[in-house]
Design a protein around this ligand. Structure first.
Ligand SMILES: [Zn+2]
Length: 302
């Protein structure tokens, strides 16, 4: 437990208002918001904490703001930028100007881009507390929920994508491994250092690019389901066939925002079920979805 952990814990808990706990605990909801070729994840906890991880590209501001408001969000207990690429931080200024942000987390990195400069400006304008948290730090969200920063483990990479925070969200017996855009180099280090990457759900790295999601890594995570945040008809052909084939080989049901819109994983701490906006898929032969079903239950045994 380092100094950071204590500070981070203190920040989250300090602002926690007292609430009456209802007899039946609310579930945790993890929303993979459809922001096209980008990432944006909202976590809503049983004690009504809201955490946003990444905020799409610059075109998604009004969509994300509206989505958050329609889900009762007024305050973000934490806002996390996994790495300073435009498809992850592009609409963060809209978020910062529209919601009270109690704490902001990002890697200690700069980027000489317009989206990064606008983000810095918004942080300054709104006097947001910034924590350059790193691997080994843990955000204690509430008694049963934590977000562990498991990667990246090294200080230097060729690609900015590998600087992405790899986050493990844990709620009782359920866990989500959120890869942001981390690729093979980061994955290999996590494996060689024996990090516990096992999780019920994996948010596949880098929109399903074959820069990562290697077979040894996916085997170690051993997920019950995967989510890919990816834009329809994106020019890179994500998700790559190789990644889809690995998931298929491992028999991992896969949920894609390009086909389903926003996807919500609801966890009671023991099992997880998925709902999604609507079926946007065009490929009726896909083995991943039963078109008639809008709710799929994943039995989690970890
Ligand atoms: Zn990305």
């Amino acid at each position: 437990m380092g100094k950071w952990v204590m500070i981070i814990t203190a920040v989250i808990l300090f602002f926690t208002p007292l609430r009456l706990v209802s007899a039946k605990e609310q579930p945790m909801r993890v929303h993979f918001i459809d922001v096209g070729q980008a990432d944006c994840i909202l976590i809503q906890t049983p004690q009504q904490k809201n955490i946003l991880i990444d905020a799409g590209d610059m075109r998604s501001g009004s969509k994300i703001v509206q989505y958050l408001k329609s889900h009762g969000v007024m305050t973000l207990d934490a806002l996390i930028a996994t790495h300073p690429h435009h498809d992850h931080i592009g609409s963060m200024p809209d978020i910062i100007y529209n919601f009270k942000v109690k704490a902001f987390y990002m890697p200690n990195l700069t980027n000489n881009t317009r989206s990064y400069k606008l983000l810095r400006q918004a942080i300054k304008d709104e006097k947001i507390m910034v924590f350059n948290a790193k691997a080994g730090n843990k955000i204690e969200v509430e008694p049963n929920i934590s977000i562990n920063i498991v990667g990246p483990l090294k200080g230097r990479y060729d690609s900015m994508n590998d600087y992405s925070y790899v986050l493990k969200l844990v709620y009782k017996k359920n866990s989500f491994l959120l890869m942001a855009d981390a690729g093979e180099q980061s994955e290999t280090e996590l494996l060689s250092r024996g990090m516990n990457v096992k999780a019920n759900i994996i948010k596949i790295g880098h929109h399903g690019a074959d820069t990562g999601s290697t077979l040894p890594f996916l085997k170690k995570v051993n997920p019950d389901a995967a989510v890919i945040s990816v834009g329809r008809h994106n020019p890179w052909g994500y998700p790559k066939r190789a990644v889809i084939n690995r998931l298929k080989y491992l028999k991992v049901p896969t949920y894609r925002t390009d086909r389903l819109g926003s996807i919500v994983a609801t966890s009671d701490g023991r099992s997880i079920h998925f709902t999604y906006e609507e079926s946007k898929r065009t490929d009726p032969s896909s083995i991943y979805f039963d078109r008639r079903s809008i709710i799929k239950k994943v039995n989690t045994g970890k």
